[in-house]
Design a protein around this ligand. Structure first.
Ligand SMILES: [Zn+2]
Length: 132
C-alpha cells in the first residue's frame, strides 16, 4: 500500500505508475488520469498544433505502428470498428475507397461528385432497406 500525495488515499501499489527511473510516481493512476484530462482540455489548441507538426506526425505514426505490432488482435478489432463506422456513416474515406475499387482516381474527383455519390448510396440503401 502507498499513500497518494494528491488525493491522500492509501492505495495498492498497482495503482501507481512507475517512472522512467523505476520509482513509483506519487499521484495514483486515478489522480494522474484526471489531471491529464484537465491539461488536455485546457491546452487543446496548443496540443493540436503540436500534433499537426510534420515531425510529430511522423513520430506518432511510428508509435502507432509499434503499438499495432505489439497488439495485433486489438489493432485488427479497431480497424474493423473504424471501417464499419465509416461504412455506416458514408464517410469520405469509405466513398473514396469505393471509387478506388472502381478504378477512379480519387485525387481528380471533385467534392460535388463525392456528395452526389453519397446521396446515390443513401438512396440505394433506402430502396433496399438495408446496407449498400
Ligand atoms: Zn490519488
Amino acid at each position: 500500500m502507498k499513500l497518494c500525495r494528491k488525493c491522500g488515499v492509501e492505495k495498492p501499489l498497482d495503482k501507481f505508475r512507475e517512472n522512467s527511473r523505476g520509482y513509483l510516481c506519487s499521484p495514483c493512476t486515478d489522480c494522474r488520469s484526471i489531471s491529464n484530462k484537465t491539461y488536455r482540455k485546457n491546452h487543446f489548441e496548443r496540443l493540436k498544433k503540436i500534433r499537426q507538426h510534420p515531425e510529430q506526425r511522423k513520430r506518432d505514426t511510428a508509435s502507432t505502428r509499434r503499438w499495432q505490432a505489439r497488439n495485433p488482435e486489438k489493432a485488427r478489432a479497431l480497424e474493423l470498428a473504424k471501417n464499419h463506422k465509416a461504412t455506416q456513416n458514408l464517410s469520405d474515406f469509405y466513398i473514396k475507397s469505393l471509387l478506388r475499387k472502381a478504378g477512379i482516381n480519387k485525387e481528380v474527383v471533385p467534392s460535388w461528385f463525392l456528395e452526389s455519390y453519397r446521396f446515390y448510396l443513401k438512396a440505394k440503401r433506402l430502396i433496399r432497406g438495408g446496407d449498400a
